[in-house]
Design a protein around this ligand. Sequence first.
Ligand SMILES: [Zn+2]
Length: 301
Amino acid sequence: VPRVLIVEGRIGDVKPVRTAIIMSPGTWLWVDAGIATTPRDAILPELRRRGLPPPERNLLLVTHCDVDHFGGAAALRAEVPGMTVLAHPADARLMEDLDVLIAERYDRFGSRGIPAPPARLTQLRERAGAAVRADVHVRAGTGFDLGEAGMWEVLELPGHSAGHLGLAARDGEVVFAGDAVMGRGVLDGTGSLQPPHYVDVDAYLGTIDRMASLQIGTLHLGHEPALSGDALDSYLELSRQTVHEIGDAVSRATGGVGTADLAGICEAVHASLGHWPDAPAAALADPITAHLRASSGRMPA
Ligand SMILES: [Zn+2]
């Protein structure tokens, strides 16, 4: 029996999505559930293929409120005995009501001239499957003693979402961190690079610094190959650098178009950085809004 099994599913044609299962004899601790179809298409077949039936106690830690991380939770709860869902309260609030999730996370900018396309909202609802109520709210420091599978501890890694969680081996050697850091962006299901998504600049930069300070042996993210050593250091530096690039581009753009025209700022930042040629400019609305809020907060009274 492996100590940690990582199952890779797919979102669309090319975007990988990973579920980790830390296996001890009586208890499995799962990290993230993929989209609604990931359990049926990837996770459960992999467990059957390996002859690994889940034990009587199963804990699912959902790193954050995006549909590609919690969407499979309802299906797992139906298929896996005693599945208990754990999440941070800030993100649990969005996972338990899809209308709130859409309004607060995926379609926030309609009143600022950037409504989410209806087809995208339909796709997000499909991927969410069903709303999921967290059974237990967890925060930093919550620990799990999994015997021979080790001691594990919850990390709070905010920025991508307000209540983003990670899970670290007590020795720091392995960390699962969902989408807590995003480099220069993430490929979507069709293979186009989407900008990094963060909703709070200082929190996101703090999370990047925190990860750099943890002396992580191997970092597992939701959609990237495992990172360690120099590749991990470079990825964290690229994550940090990309935030500063976006922030600088926002400053330049707001000089030209003012802060009221969010769509115009998105277009200007998208064009000036050029990193995400196949992504819509509106994909920058969340990080740009985060920078606008951060800079207004720093403005002298
Ligand atoms: Zn994700």
